[in-house]
Ligand binder design. Structure first.
Ligand code: PEP
Ligand code: MN
Length: 351
């Protein structure tokens, strides 16, 4: 991917972040136009809206389909903003190109599927539309790069990657784990590829959009794609994570855009990774303690001793062996495991 050209030429200058905003889904003409109008008034230049929505479960709102493409054209006519929508099949792509949509994106569920990506890439041949590729649902950098390469090989030169995080099983602070090391590795491998962060899908909640956006800018990412809806509580998809255009505008104004300096970017991004890993560690520890308490309860109901030495020895030696295989120090491992075990026993005794 050596010959990329600017994603939205003339719209964003080199040192300003690319900002894309709009509703998760285009639901009605009125909702689409009124959201767009308000966003345009606050200076947004690129509007996004999902027309076809790939949903995890059947029965969820799947988008209104092709008729919303016309609403996007109206948005462009009324506001001058460039317009973008998601495509998941060759047919979506054909329709979006025919309608003259300015930018397309491949969603996480699509970029995970090389057949779908290739079909889309084949349909894109000969067009100069801008294409954004969201990371696949699994934390697989090679699969993400593969999807970007398929688009590039189809002759598309205005390409960006969009980091939307990676879902993982269980309840977490974030809807999708940021795993910043993955998009950072992508940037290291393709320094000319803009990598845009989607804090809406990473955070999953309104309150997390601002801190995630600031983190993304601090780490020197190329821009933000943020969901905004004129009445978020009534949104038919992703209601909890959408901001009103007004809230989005104040949030953007509160962000600090620091000049990009290579060395602080690197240190900052490494520190962010440590922050995230610590958050994950605490999350995992809290889940372990929770299960310990359930076990404690079971033991007390069945009159079993809290500490069962054979089990204790097995656990410690098994975990020490795992840790050694991962290159960690044995003394450190024993100290850590003992501390965890002690706390676990204390929790069980209190059940
Ligand atoms: C979206 O952008 O609304 C969307 C469906 O995103 P993702 O593919 O990241 O889930
Ligand atoms: Mn969404």
């Amino acid at each position: 991917m050596n010959h990329l050209t600017p994603l939205f030429p003339g719209v964003f200058t080199d040192d300003r972040p690319i900002i894309i905003a709009g509703p998760c889904s285009a639901e009605t003409e009125e909702q689409t136009l009124c959201t767009a109008q308000a966003l345009a008034q606050s200076g947004i230049r690129v509007f996004r809206a999902g027309v076809w929505k790939p949903r995890t479960k059947p029965g969820a709102f799947e988008g209104v389909g092709a008729k919303a493409l016309e609403w996007l054209v109206k948005v462009r006519e009324n506001t001058g903003m460039a317009v973008a929508c998601e495509v998941a099949t060759a047919e979506h792509t054909r329709l979006a190109l025919e309608t003259g949509i300015d930018a397309l994106w491949l969603g996480a569920r699509t970029s995970a599927n090389p057949f779908a990506v290739q079909e889309i890439a084949d349909t894109l041949k000969g067009s100069d539309v801008a294409v954004m590729v969201k990371n696949p649902v699994s934390p697989d950098l090679e699969l993400w790069i593969g999807a970007l390469q398929r688009i590039y090989n189809a002759g598309i030169r205005r390409i960006a990657a969009v980091h939307r995080g990676f879902p993982s099983y269980g309840a977490h602070v974030y809807r999708n784990q940021p795993q910043w090391n993955i998009p950072i590795e992508l940037r290291l491998r393709y320094p000319h590829l803009p990598v845009i962060v989607d804090p809406s899908h990473i955070g999953g909640r309104r309150s997390l959009i601002a801190p995630l956006s600031q983190q993304a800018l601090d780490m020197g990412f190329a821009g933000l794609m943020i969901e905004s809806h004129c009445a978020p509580e009534e949104a038919l998809s992703d209601s909890a994570q959408q901001l009103t255009p007004h809230a989005l505008s104040s949030m953007l104004q509160s962000l600090e855009v620091r000049p990009r300096r290579e060395e602080t970017d690197t240190l900052d991004s490494l520190r962010r990774q440590i922050d995230d890993i610590d958050a994950e560690l605490l999350d995992v520890l809290a889940r372990r303690m929770e299960i310990s308490r359930v076990i404690g309860k079971y033991k007390s109901e069945h009159r079993l001793p809290v500490v069962q030495p054979a089990r204790y020895n097995d656990v410690i030696s098994d975990r020490v062996a795992q840790g050694l295989a991962l290159g960690m120090d044995e003394r450190f491992l024993r100290t850590l495991l003992l501390a965890i075990h002690d706390e676990s026993v204390r929790q069980q005794l209190s059940e």
